[in-house]
Ligand binder design. Structure first.
Ligand code: CA
Length: 466
């Protein structure tokens, strides 16, 4: 080897070493390997439809194991009773109305201006970006529904892997000609030419493969299954398995949820095989309440009403969290929490600091799960979706459920079913909550897209999306 070639080889070796050292530093910062973080997120699953909430006809043993091995949150809320805005809240850790993402970015929406780009704006950082900055390898596997433009693709927003689709719903089996482009699976920026598996199984497969590749470093997987959102489709063998369920709609739901639970089980098993389970923070939740017999046959009892409404059946969801080396099994937390808390909790689990100028709306939940008093300071959760709104604190909920309707007041802590409207009896409580909600609402951006009575009909959203 001549001197020039030798020096070149040394330089290349040095570069490799530097990259390796940086990678190593990311893995071991904060005094040990940062925990892996996995968020399992299902679509339109009702409060009643997990085994650990008492569901009898749909077995969810793997989801139940997360609840039993960790903490269960009985008053967990999403930030909207529909898919898109709920996801935007979770992904940014901020109320989505702060950036005009009030309702679904769907084909039937109207844009406020000709330049509006319906989706999470570039000024907002996603949980993928935040986790990658800390040193995580990041994956987004499943349904997006927070923008269909190229800049909304998760691969462009902090995720090292994106495998999934942009649309609010999709067929569960690949059809080359039947599916619109936004329903077609993408791998990173490229549309997949073929998918042989049932989508729920394909998402599980991709998660396993991501763990295989990244098992020696810290990884973050966000896994938003589109099940059990419609269209209601499941493989024949699973339909056969649930033939004992007479209601045909409910039978498909059972088959779809069985597939979800089974894939969650495969991920848990793979973590155990690599001895990673103890140091992995795992969260399971849903993006909004069950869509009931109008759509996916999910159930929300004892909560009132369903997806799309501001009653708890629309916004209260199953939520459990396992981290075996840190959270004691069997913890039950009854105070209100939010999917906004997922980002701060994930970041805090790594030992990293949450900065004030990020203006996150959630809190780190971990301190409330370790012994002692776990009652949080007074905390308000807020909702606003075009014509309806709500606010709750630890005890009370004030809700205006529909256009033209009047606010109703419930002692939600004791009246989970929102049965007894107490607004005449406690006008001062209602006035206090209305004032707090109004202040929050006034701080938000106008919806940047939505129905024409809000945004006008000058700019109808185009279904873009090549
Ligand atoms: Ca949904």
């Amino acid at each position: 080897m001549d001197r020039r070639k030798f020096l070149k080889a040394v330089a290349a070796g040095t570069a490799v070493c530097l990259a390796g050292c940086l990678e190593e530093k990311a893995v071991v910062q904060n005094g040990g390997k940062m925990p892996n973080v996995i968020v399992f997120y299902v679509d339109d699953l009702g409060y009643a439809d997990v085994g650990y909430h008492g569901c009898k006809d749909i077995p969810t043993p793997n989801i139940d194991s997360i609840a039993e091995n960790g903490a269960q949150f009985s008053a967990a809320y999403v930030t909207a009773p529909i898919c898109g805005p709920s996801r935007a809240g979770l992904l940014t850790g901020r109320y989505q109305q702060r950036f005009g993402f009030e309702t679904n970015p769907s084909p039937w929406a109207y844009l406020r201006t000709a330049d509006t780009r319906a989706g999470i704006p570039l000024e907002e950082k996603t949980i993928g970006e935040r986790m990658r900055e800390i040193g995580y390898k990041t994956a987004f596997i499943g349904k997006v529904h927070s923008g269909q433009q190229p800049e909304h693709n998760p691969y462009n927003r902090g995720f090292d892997l994106f495998f999934g689709f942009d649309n609010g719903a999709s067929e569960y089996f690949f059809h080359e000609y039947k599916q619109r482009t936004a329903e077609r699976l993408k791998r990173n920026l490229e549309t997949a030419r073929q998918e042989d598996q049932y989508y729920t199984d394909a998402f599980g497969r991709e998660a396993l493969s991501f763990i295989d590749v990244n098992k020696s470093r810290s990884f973050f997987i966000y896994l938003p299954f589109n099940a059990p959102h419609g269209p209601m489709q499941a493989p024949d063998e699973l339909m056969e398995k649930f033939s004992y369920i007479k209601d045909e709609g409910r039978r498909v739901l059972a088959a779809m949820m069985y597939a979800v639970d089974n894939n969650i089980g495969k991920v848990l098993k793979r973590l155990r095989e690599y001895d990673l389970e103890e140091n992995t923070l795992i969260i399971f939740t849903s993006d909004n309440g069950g869509a009931s017999h109008k759509s996916n046959f999910s159930l929300n009892h004892p909560c009132r009403d369903l997806k799309g409404t501001m009653y708890d059946g629309g916004v209260r969801v199953p939520f459990c969290m396992q981290w075996k080396s840190k959270i004691a099994a069997g913890k039950k937390y009854e105070f209100p929490i939010s999917t906004l808390d997922i980002m701060p909790t994930a970041i805090a689990s790594s030992g990293s600091k949450i900065k004030g100028d990020w203006q996150l709306d959630g809190i780190n939940l971990l301190p409330y799960l370790s012994g002692g008093s776990n009652e949080p300071e007074l905390r308000y959760l807020y909702w606003r979706l075009i014509h309806s709104w709500a606010i709750r604190d630890n005890e009370w909920k004030l809700v205006k459920a529909r256009k033209g309707g009047k606010p109703e007041l419930y002692h939600i802590q004791n009246d989970i079913g929102e049965k007894k409207n107490l607004i005449s009896k406690y006008p001062n409580v209602a006035a206090r909550l209305k004032k707090v909600w109004q202040k929050w609402s006034d701080s938000l951006m106008e919806p940047q897209w939505g129905p024409k009575e809000i945004c006008g009909d000058k700019y109808k959203m185009k279904i873009n999306v090549e």
